[in-house]
Design a protein around this ligand. Structure first.
Ligand SMILES: Cc1ncc(COP(=O)(O)O)c(C=O)c1O
Length: 396
């Protein structure tokens, strides 16, 4: 099919929940993708913080090929080796003792919300069910997770929402402390707000949130769906704060492009889930587990997270130079390779120009450019991206 035919047929037959760029992508390798006309793009979106090892990583492909020849799906009625191996690897490299596997970030957060309620009902009584989440947070698109998401634009039209959520400004410890009542069962927070605009909290914020949770005997849930698996320069972003959460959610980069999610918790909390409490037909599917096991292993064994830290620092430096030249850039911020530039104009204009010139970037909020490239990029890739951005911003 030709490009225009694919676009027209897609628009005719697929629900219009997405505003898509008018390109049809057909191939990806490392930090590059190609469209159906053969045009090459430097990919600084990575499928929205998913392909952290780059497109078509040979280690992930080999693991998938081997798995597909043996077993693709059997359900959770039986044990499988790939699921066991991944669980062990995640437990070994995190605060957690147990994992629940699912298929997406929203589903992982649903599981976290259910586990927090179940644990609190059992241990602390039925009147403690309220979760405090942050304004401008993003936790997914199911009914529970749009309720957890502190942004009205995602909730509009879908009321009534779920009972038992309260919102406080991110990075505001006083507001958090004040909002805790006898009904509170926990706090749910992204270590760095992603969709809310790459908002980085003050140095001690997460540590203080942990202390507040301990003081009030409530749970700390970190949503690492976007920040997890190396993105911020540590395997998990909570590590920067020197704390351990009670529950963590993962998805996005966990399978480097193969759909998979996970919810992790300490034994003390996880034991509140007993057979029949929660489930997912596809959760822990052998193909997803093989892809995720290969992804996490490669992330840990190769120097990719190191590279993320180094090139991330270089990226910020170069963006700050660009800021001196282009007055439309208000602020540059980031950690690892989760980087943003807020503008005083609409981001779409710049994003479309970059697309034309062969650079994929996207926005987080209407005036913030977000850069979430594969963690394997080089300084040369950043130099090329800066040339294109510089060009796109010329005369603005
Ligand atoms: C922090 C965070 N949580 C949850 C989600 C939802 O993940 P999914 O789209 O896989 O359901 C996202 C997606 O952007 C996210 O950034």
């Amino acid at each position: 099919m030709k490009e225009q035919e694919i676009i027209a047929l897609a628009d005719q037959n697929i629900m219009r929940t997405y505003k898509r760029f008018p390109v049809v992508l057909t191939k990806g390798l490392g930090q590059k993708v190609w469209d159906i006309k053969g045009k090459e793009y430097l990919d600084f979106v990575s499928g929205i913080a998913v392909c952290n090892l780059g497109h078509s990583h040979p280690g992930v492909i080999a693991a998938l090929k081997e798995q597909i020849d043996n077993l693709t799906h059997v359900s959770n009625l039986y044990y499988t080796q790939p699921q066991t191996q991944l669980a062990k690897l995640l437990v070994k490299n995190s605060f957690a003792d147990k994992v629940f596997f699912c298929n997406s970030g929203a589903e992982a957060n649903e599981a976290a919300i259910k586990l927090a309620r179940k644990y609190t009902h059992e241990k602390l009584g039925d009147d403690k069910f309220e979760l405090i989440t942050m304004k401008d947070s993003f936790h997914g698109r199911t009914l529970a997770t749009i309720t957890a998401t502190g942004q009205e634009k995602f909730q509009f039209g879908f009321t009534p929402l779920l009972e038992g959520f309260k919102y406080v400004p991110f990075n505001d410890l006083l507001a958090l402390e004040k909002s805790i009542s006898g009904k509170t069962c926990g706090v749910m927070v992204e270590p760095i707000q992603g969709e809310g605009g790459v908002v980085i909290p003050d140095g001690n914020y997460l540590k203080e949130v942990r202390a507040i949770c301990d003081k009030h005997n409530i749970l700390l849930i970190v949503d690492e769906v976007q920040t997890g698996i190396g993105r911020t320069g540590k395997l998990f972003a909570y590590e920067h704060a020197g704390i351990e959460p009670d529950i963590m959610t993962l998805a996005k980069a966990l399978g480097n492009g193969f759909p998979v999610g996970a919810m992790l918790a300490t034994d003390k909390i996880a034991e509140s889930f007993t057979p029949g409490n929660h489930a997912s037909t596809f959760g822990g599917n052998p193909l997803a587990m093989a892809a995720a096991y290969a992804t996490v292993k490669i992330m840990l064994e190769e120097s990719i997270i190191d590279n993320c830290r180094k090139v991330g620092a270089y990226f910020l430096e170069q963006l700050k130079k660009l800021q001196l030249k282009h007055k439309i850039i208000n602020e540059v911020r980031g950690k690892g390779l989760m980087i943003a530039a807020s503008l005083n104009i609409e981001a779409a204009e710049i994003i479309n120009k970059c697309l034309e010139k062969g650079l994929l970037i996207n926005s987080a909020g209407s005036r913030t450019l977000r850069f979430i490239p594969p963690l394997i990029i080089t300084n040369q890739d950043i130099d090329r991206a800066m040339e294109i951005l510089d060009d796109a911003m010329e005369g603005k």
